[in-house]
Design a protein around this ligand. Structure first.
Ligand SMILES: NC(=O)c1ccc[n+]([C@@H]2O[C@H](COP(=O)([O-])OP(=O)(O)OC[C@H]3O[C@@H](n4cnc5c(N)ncnc54)[C@H](O)[C@@H]3O)[C@@H](O)[C@H]2O)c1
Ligand SMILES: O=P(O)(O)OC[C@@H](O)[C@@H](O)[C@H](O)[C@H](O)CO
Length: 500
């Protein structure tokens, strides 16, 4: 079968003449299935007329070579329900002009920084990527972190344009972090200081570049490993970057009218909101992402593989619904109807029969995700004098999920029913769990010690969770039940009110 590229899909050449206007840090599934798809939508309607250059954020990325092999083309398959109607659409996206591996070709990135047609920067490098990392600056080599690369990119632009105010960029980080624009700006400013870059640069940065807070929403599952052949038959070509997602999409940007006019998403019929992001963020991150993180370990260790299977399993569905309705929703400061409607729509989205959203994909960097997406609800409940059972149970499940039996390169390997699975997280997190589990054979005191070590690890949670009265005992009890009786039996006890 032929591969998708401009030879096999000449229509992709239609956009070749468009200038590169966007630099995108990240080339992952989400940006391809969300932002780049939106740019394609705008280009098709001749509203934006610009293309995207995707920069690989980490040294071992596998996407850029595929992008180059396919001339930047890839397919987005959107399947599910929208306004009660079934949607099942595939579209070839030609919004990405090329990908650059900055570790191999930093000079090309710097050349791009000199290009005056570049107006926007978008990023999505996961929450782990949008963080401060102390590193050295060298003009001829790519910094390791994403903020480092952005700072070096901006500094080169400043130099190349002699600090021209009109060369400033509009920067939209899409990582799911609160005030992501403000955060990125603060990190860039810190790096400029660390690197002793001239004051004139920081002034230019402050006055002529803008960082916007955003919130993104679309479930993008990425490449359909399980049924890729089915897709190939349907498409008539092979596409290694095929990106599957749901039709629903929502993008909130804390920007003004002028910026909205420069990015005419709304005119292209896209569901984009310009204004205060905060209420959407809390609703979405706590309910949708929170439910994902709350369910992944418990559901996976109960023997199911996808979100849909978890939702179709009576017991797991009760667990998810109870967590959402009784332990997450009450602590979101919005009108009841708004919260319930959103939670209901999230359940429907989880039930999308076409989205085989793998629980193991949700598990990536789950410790940080628990901290950012679930822990705030747990802490709110604690403030009202309750220890929320489902959220505590899910924390115990997370600890069990991280029980690795061996290392396999960058991953830790766990076992489910004699089958190995990958535990993917930052090296220090994997190392930590490997150590604590190696000292635990399941004896009551050993389990309690492990729970103490995890809850007391401030670098995971940003605070010492041992200070929460009763948490250690409750999580310890759940973890022991999981270890001794199995996840299903522990879940039954929890749901029957006989847990801890
Ligand atoms: N997939 C979705 O449904 C979805 C929806 C909304 C938001 N998101 C957000 O998008 C992020 C990426 O999701 P995805 O589905 O595209 O995953 P992906 O694995 O396809 O892409 C991850 C991207 O992040 C980069 N990355 C990973 N770790 C990094 C690090 N430590 N430093 C710098 N870059 C790093 C990778 O190189 C890659 O570009 C998620 O963390 C999430 O916050 C995803
Ligand atoms: O993409 P992650 O791995 O950060 O989180 C997993 C999911 O919760 C997430 O991708 C959601 O599906 C998405 O945020 C929906 O908009």
């Amino acid at each position: 079968m032929q591969t998708l590229n401009k030879q096999t899909y000449p229509a992709g050449r239609r956009f070749d003449h468009l200038p590169e206007k966007i630099v995108q840090f990240g080339e992952g599934n989400f940006l391809r299935g969300f932002l780049d798809w939106m740019i394609q939508r705008m280009n098709e309607q001749e509203l934006f007329l610009g293309r995207v250059v995707a920069i690989q954020p980490t040294p071992h990325g596998k996407v850029v070579p595929k992008l180059l092999a396919q001339d930047g083309l890839y397919t987005v398959a959107l399947r599910g329900f929208a306004n009660g109607e079934q949607v099942d659409r595939t579209e070839v996206v030609a919004a990405i002009s090329r990908g650059i591996n900055p570790y191999a070709d930093w000079l090309e990135v710097l050349r791009l920084a000199e290009n005056r047609q570049i107006e926007f920067v978008f990023s999505n490098t996961t929450e782990a990527g949008l963080s401060y990392f102390q590193e050295e600056y060298a003009a001829n080599r790519a910094p390791l972190s994403f903020p480092g690369k952005l700072t070096a990119f901006l500094f080169h632009r400043f130099q190349a344009t002699a600090g021209d105010p009109t060369a400033g960029l509009k920067i939209f980080p899409c990582e799911l972090l609160e005030n992501n624009g403000d955060l990125l700006k603060a990190i860039v400013m810190q790096l400029a200081k660390d690197w002793r870059l001239p004051d004139a640069f920081t002034e230019w940065l402050q006055s002529h570049n803008r960082f916007f807070n955003t919130l993104v929403d679309r479930i993008v599952i990425g490449y359909p490993k399980e049924n890729s052949e089915e897709y190939e038959q349907r498409l008539g070509y092979r596409d290694e970057l095929l990106t599957v997602g749901e039709p629903y999409h929502f993008f909130a940007i804390e920007g003004d009218e002028t910026t909205a006019a420069a990015l005419p998403f709304r005119q292209a019929g896209l569901n984009v909101f310009w204004g205060d992001v905060k209420p959407f963020r809390e609703l979405k991150v706590r309910i949708l992402n929170g439910a994902h993180t709350m369910m992944f370990a418990v559901a996976y260790l109960s023997g199911v593989d996808t979100v849909l299977q978890a939702m179709e399993d009576q017991q797991l569905r009760r667990f998810i619904q109870r967590g959402m309705e009784q332990e997450i929703l009450p602590y979101i400061a919005l009108e009841q109807a708004v919260k319930t409607n959103f939670a209901r729509s999230v359940e429907e989205r989880f039930l999308n029969p076409f989205n085989r959203h793998q629980l193991l994909d949700l598990a990536l960097n789950a410790v940080t995700k628990y901290k950012l997406r679930v822990l705030p609800s747990l802490l709110d409940a604690v403030k009202t004098g309750t220890l929320p059972a489902v959220l505590c149970f899910s924390l115990a499940g997370l600890m069990l999920f991280y029980r690795g039996i061996q290392r396999d390169g960058q991953q830790l390997v766990g076992m489910r029913e004699q089958q190995p699975y990958s535990i993917r997280d930052q090296e220090e997190v994997l190392q930590f769990f490997q150590n604590v589990w190696s000292a635990c054979q399941g004896e009551k005191e050993q389990v309690q010690q492990l729970v103490r070590a995890v809850l007391g690890n401030e670098s995971f949670w940003g605070e010492n969770l041992l200070q929460i009265a009763g948490l250690e005992e409750k999580v310890g009890q759940y973890l022991r039940q999981m270890l001794h009786d199995g996840m299903r039996a522990a879940l039954t006890r929890l749901l029957e009110g006989d847990g801890a």
